[in-house]
Design a protein around this ligand. Sequence first.
Ligand SMILES: [Zn+2]
Length: 344
Amino acid sequence: MNKYDIDIYTVKSMPAYNTRYNDINRHNPRSKSKKSNLTGYFVFIIVLFVLAIGATGLTIFLLESEPKTLLINRTYASVEKMQSKMSDDQMGVGGAYLPESKTTPLSTLDYYIKRGDSIHSISRRFGIDEATIIKLNDIAIPSKIVRGQKILIPNQNGIQEEVTRRNTLDKIAKKYDMDKDELLRVNNLISERDADKIFIPGMKYDGVSKQLLLGEYFTRPIRGGRFTSMFGYRIDPFTKKKSCHTGVDIAQKMGTKVYAAAPGKVIFTGTGNDYGNFIRVQHTSGYVSYYAHLSKIIAKKGDWVSTGTLIGLVGSTGRSTGPHLHYEIRKDNVRINPMTVTVW
Ligand SMILES: [Zn+2]
């Protein structure tokens, strides 16, 4: 092939090019052929221009990409080499450090309780576990949050433990398989001496702990004593016939303190034929607890109580053969075995 062949080909192709435009012009008499030709050339030039830029870009990319990678590799290699010569102390100098952990430090935002809020709705809004919020804020009665009350919303889920002489930071770190310094860092603490409460990120409360925090689980309402009658069918001490015992009986000295078994509101104090002097406490999730045969009622109707609030004293009023506490739990008005929902 010589240069004439190329010329011939170009010349030959030109009429065909024009013919196509003429055809269009015939169908559309209002359009001007001169303008069309100009537009065609203009588009052609733009296409060439774009192709030229693309080719230049590709060339630059191909030329540049390899040396850049090599440069980065070399930089990392030299940094590593430099670090290997440094002691641990030197590496922290100048604020430069190697990030070893991905755990975000604990931070909180202030939230003011609004009308209609519940711990549940707040939990859903912020995507933070109810138990995490309750524990972090030491909320003793989760169902009794009031409008305007400030609570802290943490930026992450986790559990909180009190640091005591018995429950040391070392023990807590070991328990959750975490580094002590890491725990201090997450809690924004400089020294172990500053730690009275410690937040363990990413951990969840077990089922019972969570329910205890929510007030859906109970703790023993009395110290000491012994069980004299459990829940269920038994021979009635009065009629000597088989009948259902609606709670558990704990024999204990007259006047022993009786405590609320979970947070809630006192909805009844008074006397019944069988229960004698008794108290009813309304809890969350449809639970109601009963404390019967009391010698003295201390709580008043309408009181909010938290777990461990003193509410009365052991007695033998009502249908009773001796000083004892009759402890009963109802869920949605159905009597249940208190021992299945109580930590004793
Ligand atoms: Zn009883």
